[in-house]
Design a protein around this ligand. Structure first.
Ligand code: ATP
Ligand code: MG
Length: 476
């Protein structure tokens, strides 16, 4: 059963019970009050009649020393028709409870007379056929006799009114209940609407629509729940997006890796097959062996680079204070002996927070790329300067440059703008991927700007260690 239906059902039960009990109590209260009033009037009438009887008895001629039955009947008959209206029902009994006079239609036993003896008068409600009466009884003393006078007061109307009351109230209750149910239906469906909207959102999400958000229509607890649900969906969508990107990147990587492996292997197998199946002259044999060697070396470089990336990802970086001077000294010692390029090193003295060997790898890769992109004798500028955001390293060359649309791709593993050119320079397309991974561990990234035909500038920032600390370290 739906939550709104449960809400509706329970509210209906509660309304029905409340209306039922209160209605029953109200109608019954009115009935009892009316009945009490009728009883009081019946008792009043009884005592008036008794008084009238006793007064009439006093007028009976004195020759009797005890009121004769005939006089009793006469007085009773007078009392029955006297006063306002007719049809008064009364009965006179003697000391032995023998009926001396009874009105037509007075149908009641003499059980009440016992109570009347003790209390002077008494009453009870009796039913005769389909009518209800209040029977009263009171003792009368007249001319040496102890008689009983009983009356019957028709109170059927009070009972009818009670029945009418119940009937009217039942109809009213059904009407109010129907109205209540209709109102409650709208209230319940309004109250549960945020839940329905949330349910729809969860179903959509379960079906893979992670971008779907539940509509927030209130600011109460359910509204806050919707807000939290939407925040959770956003986080989930982000995470799933990242996971999908990662899976895609992995698939791309495996595809590119397989391709990069296949090309040199095909050549190696082809040349090796030629060497073993045919008798080649010395020059062709040397050429084939050379090709096998070069491609083998390329495969070796590639596997080492891949290993570097895997190890870097696994081991992470051990950050320490590294003097910038030592980095530049290292680059000088590596590249200056080359002599085929014009290197310009320019830097501000400072200390950076970095993993020494990893940052050396980054700088070597960037300089290597600059060399590969430049003509012999070309100028390559390597600089380091302190900025408010950190310490910036920049490698600038005046080589072939990179087309704008390729800039975002060159950091992907195995991506090379000009494959044949890069391969001819023993490139595997993994250098910048490795640099990106290393800088990620330093919470930094490569910033590449390039103009085809004019050159490329690649830079990155590293956190700078405080200068005071540097002096202390120098002194130490
Ligand atoms: P590896 O570094 O693995 O030996 P690689 O140098 O080809 O091979 P990356 O360093 O990842 O690989 O560079 C990817 C590609 O980006 C290069 O193949 C090249 O096409 C382009 N590239 C990188 N740096 C420069 C640069 N300074 N000038 C022009 N092109 C560049
Ligand atoms: Mg490279």
């Amino acid at each position: 059963m739906k939550f709104s239906q449960k809400l509706l059902l329970w509210t209906t039960i509660i309304i029905a019970l409340t209306l039922g009990f209160s209605g029953y109590y109200f109608v019954n209260y009115v009935f009892e009050t009316s009945l009490e009033r009728e009883a009081e009037q019946a008792l009043d009438e009884n005592s008036i009649l008794r008084f009238a009887f006793e007064t009439a008895a006093l007028n009976v001629p004195v020759r009797y020393d005890m009121l004769p039955d005939g006089s009793v009947e006469q007085i009773a008959a007078n009392l029955e028709t006297g006063g306002q209206g007719t049809g008064r029902l009364l009965r006179i009994c003697d000391e032995k409870r023998q009926t001396l006079y009874a009105s037509d239609g007075f149908e009641a036993d003499d059980a009440l007379l016992g109570s009347a003896v003790e209390d002077q008068y008494a009453y009870r409600v009796i039913r005769a056929g389909d009518r209800y009466y209040i029977q009263t009884a009171g003792s009368v003393s007249a001319l040496g006799r102890g008689l009983y006078l009983e009356t019957l007061r028709d109170v059927s109307q009070v009972f009818e009114e009670r029945e009418t009351g119940f009937r009217v109230y039942r109809r009213l209750m059904i009407l109010m209940l129907a109205l209540g149910i209709a109102i409650m239906y709208f209230i319940a469906s309004g109250l549960t609407k945020p839940i329905r909207l949330l349910m729809r959102a969860t179903k959509k999400m379960a079906a893979g629509d992670y971008g779907y958000r539940a509509e927030q229509i209130s600011s109460d607890e359910l509204g806050l729940l919707t807000q939290d649900f939407n925040s959770m969906s956003e986080a989930l969508e982000r995470t799933i997006g990242q996971l999908e990107d990662e899976v895609q990147a992995r698939e791309d990587f495996v595809g590119a890796f397989a391709h990069e492996l296949k090309t040199p292997l095909t050549s190696i197998i082809g040349y090796a097959d030629m060497l073993r199946s045919r008798k080649l002259d010395e020059e062709k044999s040397l050429l084939s062996a050379n090709y096998i060697y070069t491609e083998g070396r390329r495969l070796e470089t590639m596997s080492l680079r891949l290993l570097d990336i895997i190890v870097t990802k696994k081991d992470g970086a051990k950050l320490q204070k590294v003097p910038v001077a030592s980095l530049f000294e290292y680059l000088r010692s590596m590249f200056l002996p080359n002599g085929s390029m014009e290197f310009v090193f320019d830097y501000e003295e400072a200390y950076v927070l970095a993993d020494l060997s990893l940052i050396q790898t980054v700088l070597v890769n960037l300089l290597d790329n600059a060399c590969k992109a430049s003509e012999a004798g070309s100028r390559i500028e390597v600089s380091g300067c302190s900025e408010s955001a950190g310490y910036r390293f920049t490698v600038r060359d005046f080589g072939i440059g990179i087309p704008q649309e390729e800039l975002s791709k060159i950091t992907q593993a195995f991506y090379m703008v000009d494959k044949s050119r890069s391969r001819s320079r023993n490139g595997a397309g993994l250098g910048l991927a490795l640099c990106t991974e290393i800088l990620r561990l330093h919470e930094s990234r490569l910033e590449i700007a390039s103009v085809p035909g004019e050159g490329t500038t690649v830079g990155f920032l590293l956190p700078e260690a405080g200068k005071e600390v540097c002096h202390e370290e120098e002194q130490a």
